[in-house]
Design a protein around this ligand. Structure first.
Ligand code: FAD
Length: 471
């Protein structure tokens, strides 16, 4: 489709001002810059205007306006995305949901929370915790990202091993579609088999199929006791063996099973300027066990430690109180930010493979590193087979580096797909990874996705240039 030239005429500005008050419409270049990027290395693209609705009625009118004017409309949460999803690559309008930030209801009977999309994830968690309820999905960015952004990227986090990802908690969605109609699917229902699952359609849709204006999540009770173990392993093979055995032999279902390599520990020590545990360990595995019976959890932790040492690891550190636990989490929690502080550019891949293929995948990453002369830091969710694979620029030749990274990423994704894996587990496709989609999906799946987009948004207004590869 052809987008009309992006200068918003004063007549159009006046029409927008009929929808939102002037303090919620940004047209000055300096302020627009804040909305031109996310946390990915995607080059900034400045929108023509940013509009900040506070109600679903305003969202409807903004969508209708964009459609009439044939203006691209890019939804934005809080801009922490790692795939360029909220970057307005075709200019046009950014619709920022940041002011739709009210928690509408915490329902202590049905164990549900109903919320607007702009609420910061950590705030939603805290509000639920005040009622003794638990929203367990915890992306490392939880202090900075929005719950609506989490829904449409299907965000995960360290506790996904036991609790799953954002989409697993969504029981109802309200969204404005590209034709301005409002859908309300589901609600406070633990089960619902009524027609196609429209919640699932919107989960992971990255702003390309609708603007999410309200979400209902189911909540769970939070176990009373947590025990954390940090286990220093001698190799990735040993770490994977440990993870497989803890489920297979001990039938344990930890909340957290994370890993990072020595390169990650080194980076954290440099940036944080602190002594951190096990500076010489090749790989560290962080495990959190939980339950309501303190002694039973402690007993499981003891047995897990013994099992690890029988496999040849050094003695783990064990933490039962919040401040000692924070120390064990320090490297893992801060690693993504640490790497961004240390290197001028970081391209964060987010591959996922079956757990049984993890060790060989990390070995393949090592081979790519030496063959292409790159600095690559793998870390993340070992329990889920989800490896954050951060390509860190440690040289001044940006163009040469980017070209080698592209070739290495192509080879990595080919390897991952052959191993039964996929391009991304939680960060989404956005603008940056859409060139890889043809590697991850077959023609029939891509055709169906294009049909869905064409049917729901025939004028390609909503977040154009994202998710689907160019023809
Ligand atoms: C340091 C760091 C750590 C991170 N750790 C994790 C992690 O552990 N797990 C994880 O999954 N991600 C992680 N992320 C990535 C990011 O935080 C998530 O993708 C998050 O869900 C994005 O939320 P946001 O509000 O910032 O969305 P944005 O970046 O603003 O937008 C993301 C996408 O959602 C769309 N969108 C946003 N709101 C709406 C809406 N209401 N309706 C329709 N479309 C919308 C945008 O168009 C865009 O496509 C991390 C990022 C950083 C910088």
């Amino acid at each position: 489709m052809i987008f009309r030239d992006s200068r918003l005429k004063s007549e159009a500005v006046n029409r927008l001002l009929e929808i939102v008050s002037s303090d919620r419409l940004i047209t000055e270049t300096e302020r627009l810059l804040d909305y031109s990027h996310d946390e990915s290395p995607h080059p900034p693209c400045v929108p023509v205007a940013v509009v900040k609705p506070v109600s679903v009625e305003e969202v409807v009118r903004i969508v209708q306006f964009a459609r009439e004017e044939r203006l691209p409309l890019t939804p934005r949460g809080l801009g922490t995305g790692l795939a360029g999803g909220s970057v307005p690559v075709h200019g046009g309008l950014v619709i920022s949901l940041e002011l739709m930030n009210r928690i509408l209801e915490i329902d202590n009977v049905n164990l549900m929370v109903r919320t607007e999309p702009g609420v910061v994830t950590a705030r939603l968690q805290e509000a639920c915790a005040a009622y003794g309820l638990y929203y367990p999905v915890d992306p490392a960015s939880l202090d900075d990202c929005s719950i609506g952004g989490n829904v449409v990227t299907n965000a995960g986090g360290a506790r996904a091993f036991k609790y799953g990802v954002t989409g697993d908690y969504v029981t109802g969605v309200q969204a404005v579609l590209a034709d301005g109609s409002v859908i309300n699917y589901g609600g406070k229902l633990r089960k619902n088999a009524t027609g196609y699952d429209l919640n699932r359609l919107l989960v992971g849709s990255e702003g390309t199929l609708g603007v999410v204006t309200e979400i209902t999540f189911r909540l769970v009770p939070k176990p009373a006791h947590q025990v954390d173990l940090l286990i220093p392993c001698r190799s990735m093979t040993q770490a994977v063996e440990l993870v497989i055995r803890l489920v297979q032999e001990r039938r344990l279902m930890p909340a957290v099973v994370e890993f990072f390599e020595k390169k990650g520990t080194d980076a954290s020590i440099r940036v944080l300027g602190e002594n951190l545990p096990f500076p010489d360990a090749a790989v560290q595995v962080l495990i959190e066990l939980e339950g309501n019976d303190r002694e039973a959890v402690a007993e499981d932790a003891l047995k897990l430690g013994e099992m690890a040492m029988a496999l040849g690891t050094d003695e783990p550190l064990v933490a039962e109180d919040a401040s000692s636990q924070a120390r064990l989490w320090k490297t893992r929690r801060s690693l993504a930010k640490t790497l961004k502080q240390l290197y001028p550019e970081v391209i964060a891949e987010d591959i996922v493979v079956p757990v049984s293929r993890l060790a060989e995948t990390v070995e393949f990453i090592r081979q790519l590193e030496s063959r292409f002369g790159l600095m690559i830091v793998p870390f993340g969710h070992i329990g889920d087979g989800n490896i954050h694979t951060d390509f860190c620029r440690n040289e001044s030749d940006r163009a040469g580096w980017q070209e080698r990274v592209n070739r290495a990423v192509d080879e990595l994704i080919d390897f991952v797909v052959r191993a039964g894996g996929q391009i991304t587990a939680e960060h989404g496709i956005g603008a940056l990874k859409k060139r890889l989609m043809k590697k991850g999906l077959g023609e029939a799946e891509l055709r169906l996705m294009r049909h869905l987009k064409q049917t729901l948004d025939p004028d390609n207004i909503l977040n154009p240039g994202k998710v689907l590869p160019d023809d």
